[in-house]
Design a protein around this ligand. Structure first.
Ligand code: PGA
Length: 222
């Protein structure tokens, strides 16, 4: 059976109190299933509290960052290094289009971030925007997120997303896991995940509300 990844990307949202409320609501309702990989990517300011709440509740919920530094720990003011994050997170989103657009991230910088993540046993989740986005070496989990679909309510078609996933698997190996992101909700998630080459979803807006996020998980059970 293939893995199903359901990853919440909170972006720059939620106070610590709101984050803990979400964990209290979502954590106890996640079904225990070896192939179901549910994760949440909070802001840096919420990470340690979210991690603590998940550990105390013993919830089957992975924790991720939304970015990390391309450098080692040290004299890099403002940066969050993989070395310092490693006890807190299992994975990190890297190369999200919002970072490429707003923070001038290049493929070269993203490759450096991937190296930092891998050196510190953090799984990189690389966002690819088109068939031409390169996947750095040793990345085994990517999210296809076409820019037109992000936050617009206009998701790509599951069939097209599957075509892109197929191309990436042909290029980088059949063990590359490809998930889809861009206006995923409880009504369309099943159609994406049932595609043969898509193994999950990265969810922005619809992950912010605990109930809406749980209904995405529930939609896959039915
Ligand atoms: P969206 O965002 O679900 O709000 O479209 C997805 C993402 O940017 O990862």
């Amino acid at each position: 059976m293939k893995n199903i990844w359901i990853i919440a990307n909170w972006k720059s949202n939620k106070t610590i109190a709101e984050a803990l409320d979400w964990v209290d609501n979502v954590g106890p309702s996640i079904p225990e299933n070896e192939n179901l990989k549910v994760g949440v990517c909070p802001t840096f300011s919420c990470l340690s509290e979210v991690k603590k709440a998940i550990t105390v509740g013993n919830y089957p919920l992975m924790v991720g960052a939304q970015d990390l530094s391309p450098f080692d720990a040290g004299a890099y003011t403002g940066e969050e290094s993989a070395f310092l994050l490693k006890g807190l997170i299992d994975l990190s989103i890297l190369g999200h289009s919002e970072r490429r657009q707003n923070f001038s991230e290049t493929d070269e910088i993203i490759t450096k971030k991937v190296a930092q993540a891998l050196q510190n046993n953090i799984m990189p989740l690389i966002c690819i925007q088109s068939q031409d986005t390169p996947v750095p070496k040793d990345c085994r989990l990517v999210a296809y997120e076409p820019v037109f679909a992000i936050g617009t309510g206009k998701a790509d078609t599951p069939e097209n997303a599957n075509e892109v996933a197929k191309v990436f698997k042909q290029k980088y190996g059949d063990d590359l896991e490809v998930i889809y992101g861009g206006s995923v909700n409880s009504s369309n998630v099943q159609k994406f995940v049932s595609q043969p080459d898509i193994t999950g979803v990265l969810v922005g807006n619809a992950s912010l509300d605990a109930g809406a996020f749980l209904s995405i998980i529930k939609a896959l059970e039915g």
